[in-house]
Design a binder for this molecule. Structure first.
Ligand SMILES: [Zn+2]
Ligand SMILES: [Zn+2]
Length: 563
């Protein structure tokens, strides 16, 4: 910076600032280099009588680099006022700023200007527009632009933008479809950003095989993987239920950052390895990384899954010492841990002392604990709180309450609560993904599309038949629709997880595991069903639900029936 100031004063002395070459260089260095500053760049800019488009573009770029879109737009407007034409360097910078800050309105105005000026066919501008609409979650607009482009004109940045756009909308399947199209092109060389998007899609779809082959591709095509890619890979293996591979990647990583530790800790927590999660957590601190609130949620979750209540409380205190304000999620983890240990009354007292109001998640976790530990009296109190908190959604509460009554054999109360159940108007659909031969298939509970998949119907029938033979009885307690028993049984048998298992059993080899990811918490019936299927068909079935992993093998589940 000092050198820069010196050359600036020298240029002034020699009267060279009127030379646009000297001025441009000075502005570029102060606006764009890491040691420069925008204030300094501005002071030079204002000494120029007739700035040109290059100098304006540099000022715009500099402000965008500092994520200061408003200032950049002021320069852009001044540029227009002075009659200087913006060009294909001006818009990409401005649009990048709009994407960062998700400023759709400004982005759309700029899109209008692009048309007026006639830059709509410029590839840089097009790519920036696709990216901007994608980041602002206007996927249809991105797609329209993408589809209007000639196939031969699409560059790797175009593909990266459109795939990234699908990632921002969490359209994972579409993202993989586009990747398939892209990777079949001869001129495509593995783009890092695209591959990270692909890996994220694999993580969300539980597509371990495709993720693995992407991993192979990365090793073959990139010289050395950086910490972002390595951590994404780590996340992939952990979230897809492959803890061992995850661990070996983690151990071999030369560079680790906060994020790598955070991913490893939450992976161990999800798999139920509490003590190991704590070890990695202390390693993280020893290496000088400051854990943030998110890491504390993972490590507290780990304590809760592994029944490490005391450690949980120690960490909670440690966290406050670290000046991290505990949120409801942190309190929730402790409530959950106490509930799991059967300390339901203590958990209730703890909730009362929390500095914030408990939310539904916290109360539900306690209600679940009351059910497991047969605490009818407290269960009623908690249910009352939940009903007050959300009078619109009472079904879940009444259902849980009736389960508590059933467990305490209070049948008259069971039927009373059952009557309080109303037909839900809007029902979120449960779905499950299963990967077969590197493709991910989606099954939705109770829809009929699966009937088109060859063999699924026969397989389901065969599974049902063998289950009944082994003594399986459908558990109807979690079906809240006002329909007769037969209909309930029918609906239960078409839960997405069961459809996915049937499909997996048909299409994967006998020695391989079936891996499923589902959007909702697993119902009790699916849990029993899957345990028995794992025994009958001698298959390892790994299911990731909203809360954790369930690894079914030889008729038992890794969650020990508490989830
Ligand atoms: Zn189910
Ligand atoms: Zn389980």
């Amino acid at each position: 910076m000092e050198d820069l100031k010196q050359s600036h004063s020298l240029i002034l002395k020699l009267g060279l600032l009127s030379s646009s070459f000297c001025a441009s260089n000075l502005i570029s260095i102060s606006a764009l280099s890491h040691f420069g500053s925008m204030d300094y760049a501005c002071s030079i800019f204002h000494q120029i009588d007739f700035p040109n488009s290059f100098q304006f573009n540099t000022m715009i770029r500099g402000h965008i680099k500092d994520t200061n879109l408003d200032e950049a737009i002021i320069f852009y407007n001044r540029m227009l006022e002075m009659g200087i034409h913006p060009n294909n360097f001006t818009y990409p910078s401005l649009l990048k700023g709009c994407s960062y800050l998700q400023r759709l309105e400004e982005g759309m105005q700029l899109h209008g200007h692009v048309f007026k000026i006639g830059l709509q066919d410029d590839i840089f501008v097009q790519n920036s527009l696709i990216n901007m609409y994608g980041k602002c979650r206007e996927i249809t607009k991105s797609c329209t632009l993408f589809n209007q482009m000639d196939d031969l004109d699409k560059s790797s940045a175009t593909w990266s933008a459109i795939i990234g756009a699908h990632v921002s909308k969490e359209m994972w399947g579409e993202c993989l479809d586009m990747f398939r199209e892209l990777s079949s092109r001869k001129d495509w060389r593995g783009e890092e950003s695209v591959l990270v998007s692909v890996l994220s899609s694999c993580i969300n779809l539980n597509a371990l095989d495709l993720g693995r082959s992407t991993h192979g591709f990365l090793i073959r095509n990139l010289s050395g993987l950086n910490v972002i890619i390595e951590t994404t890979l780590l996340d992939l293996y952990l979230k897809c239920g492959s803890l061992e591979t995850g661990l070996s990647i983690f151990e071999r990583m030369k560079v680790k950052n906060e994020w790598s530790y955070s991913v490893m800790i939450s992976g161990l927590a999800f798999h139920g390895y509490g003590i190991e999660a704590l070890t990695v957590f202390s390693e993280m601190r020893e290496k000088g990384f400051e854990p943030d609130g998110v890491v504390y949620i993972s490590v507290l979750t780990a304590c809760s899954h592994a029944g490490l209540l005391k450690d949980g409380f120690t960490l909670f205190e440690k966290m406050k010492e670290d000046k991290i304000e505990p949120t409801i999620e942190h309190y929730g983890c402790l409530v959950d841990a106490m509930g799991k240990m059967g300390k339901v009354t203590e958990a209730f007292e703890f909730i009362k002392k929390m500095p914030m109001e408990a939310n539904e998640v916290v109360w539900y976790s306690l209600l679940g604990a009351c059910w497991v530990h047969k605490d009818l009296e407290l269960g009623e109190k908690v249910a009352k709180k939940l009903l007050e908190l959300n009078p619109q959604q009472t079904n879940g509460v009444y259902a849980m309450l009736s389960n508590i009554y059933a467990k305490s054999q209070r049948w008259e109360l069971v039927s009373l609560t059952r009557r309080a159940l109303v037909n839900p108007l809007v029902k979120t659909h449960g779905f499950s993904f299963v990967e077969v031969k590197r493709k991910v298939y989606k099954f939705v509970s109770n829809d009929t599309l699966w009937a088109k998949c060859e063999g699924v119907s026969d397989m389901l029938y065969q599974m049902q038949w063998q289950l009944r033979f082994e003594g399986y009885l459908p558990d109807l307690s979690e079906i809240f629709l006002d329909v007769d028993e037969d209909e309930k049984r029918e609906r239960l048998s078409r839960h997405s997880q069961k459809l996915a298992i049937a499909f997996g059993l048909i299409h994967t080899s006998k020695s391989s595991s079936i891996r499923i990811v589902r959007n909702m918490r697993m119902c009790k019936d699916c849990h029993v069903y899957t345990k028995m299927i794992s025994l009958i068909y001698e298959r390892r079935i790994v299911v990731r639900d909203r809360n954790r992993f369930h690894c079914f093998e030889n008729g038992v589940c890794s969650c020990k029936d508490y989830w």
